[in-house]
Design a protein. Structure first.
Lengths: 112, 112
DNA sequence: AGATATAGTATCCAAAAAGATACTATTGGA
DNA sequence: TCCAATAGTATCTTTTTGGATACTATATCT
């Protein structure tokens, strides 16, 4: 059997999660429900505005999050997870679970 | 609550799976048990030897796969999944499952 | 009139990941 | 002696991703 990465289902799911800040943003919105741009910026220590906007836009394009712009000045923008975005929760959970179970592994190994 | 990507558990798990060919290699070894370098090379359409070696080394360093060198000429090297590598199966499964359920989504959306 | 708050843009630069292509070591066999 | 087979290396280039830093628009408030 031969295969290309693009034909791999796992690769498909993985690729929409890849991005330095994407998983955290999704997790935040999943638990907080809705957050403003500025709140996210404060929460995500070290993120630049460019990166934040970029990651949000990509998540939005995938249909995973919602962007709601209030026509006020100064501007107000709220981000929230979509129903579709919520379907990723089992995946994120399984990764969280795995990391919790194996977080000590590297330490154990290097202690040999 | 503030957070950096490196402190995110999901990010931890994700990062060891990221690499263009890593998921496929893991899936192959999980199902085939053991494969030689040349077999992998044939299976992974379009991969360069450099990339194959690189991905294998990184997986090996993480302890996810095993490299067994037979001291023969021409050389023979067999790769196999480790027990630890197998613990990733639930994650890969959940991603596969998700992709199967949502593979039509983009098409549906763009058809509006 | 000038400062303030918010959600971004615009540029330029550095680092990391991936791709193309050619090359190597070894030795048993023709 | 030269070739084939296997599992890689070595180099160089391109693409992608991320980082630093400065700037903007605009109604409201003072």
């Amino acid at each position: 059997m031969k295969i290309k990465p693009e034909y791999c289902k796992v690769h498909d799911a993985l690729s929409i999660l890849v991005g330095k800040w994407k998983p955290i943003i999704l997790l935040y919105l999943m638990s907080e429900g809705t957050m403003r741009y500025g709140e996210l910026k404060k929460a995500l220590v070290g993120i630049t505005p460019k990166m934040l906007t970029n990651q949000l836009r990509e998540l939005e394009e995938e249909g995973l999050i919602n962007r709601k712009l209030y026509p006020e000045v100064p501007p107000k923008v709220e981000y929230s997870i979509t129903e579709y975005g919520m379907t990723l929760k089992p995946i994120l959970d399984s990764m969280h679970e795995w990391s919790m179970q194996h977080k000590k592994r590297k330490l154990e190994i290097t202690m040999d």
